[in-house]
Design a protein around this ligand. Structure first.
Ligand code: MG
Length: 163
């Protein structure tokens, strides 16, 4: 219906462990570092949180329902494919994405230098202008598992408007 707006939130966490060679994928961008994310897919917490936000906004379930980690077909999968498949869902066809915003929480690696690349990749994946894509990164002040560099977390919010 005209004027219909929807909001969605998403969260994801993946375990982190030292690795040599390492490297993790966040927001579709490979960040070189001496760690790897433990996950069935590529472990991209940013894209997983954003997919859940999209799905939540239209009451279409969650990422685990769509792409179960018990399905070998999703092993090591590029999460950009999850984004494309979610964006193509009929449930989303009546809406356009207004903006998205993410909070990435990681003690290691330090993400400040990588924020511009992550933001640019999200603009591309979600077809949004730069003023509609927020990427924040922060540490966890050395507190708990995230602060001990044993995990990385992402929170996401998105807004949809009726086409
Ligand atoms: Mg995940």
């Amino acid at each position: 219906m005209p004027g219909d707006g929807r909001v969605g939130i998403g969260f994801d966490i993946h375990r982190l462990e030292p690795a040599d060679p390492g490297g993790i994928v966040l927001g579709g961008v490979t960040v070189p570092c001496p760690y790897r994310l433990i996950a069935h897919s590529d472990g991209d917490v940013v894209l997983h949180a954003l997919c859940d936000a999209l799905l939540g906004a239209v009451g279409a379930g969650d990422l685990g329902e769509l792409f179960p980690d018990t399905d070998a077909a999703h092993a090591g999968r590029d999460s950009c494919e999850f984004v494309r498949e979610v964006l193509a869902l009929p449930a989303l066809a009546a809406f356009r994405l207004v903006n998205l915003d993410v909070n990435i929480i990681a003690q290691q690696p330090r993400l400040g230098p990588h924020k511009p690349a992550i933001r640019a990749r999200l603009q591309e994946l979600f077809e949004l202008t730069s003023d509609r894509v927020g990427v924040k990164a922060r540490s966890h002040e050395q507190v708990d598992a995230v602060g001990e560099a044993r995990a990385i977390v992402c929170h996401a919010a998105i807004l949809l408007a009726a086409r």
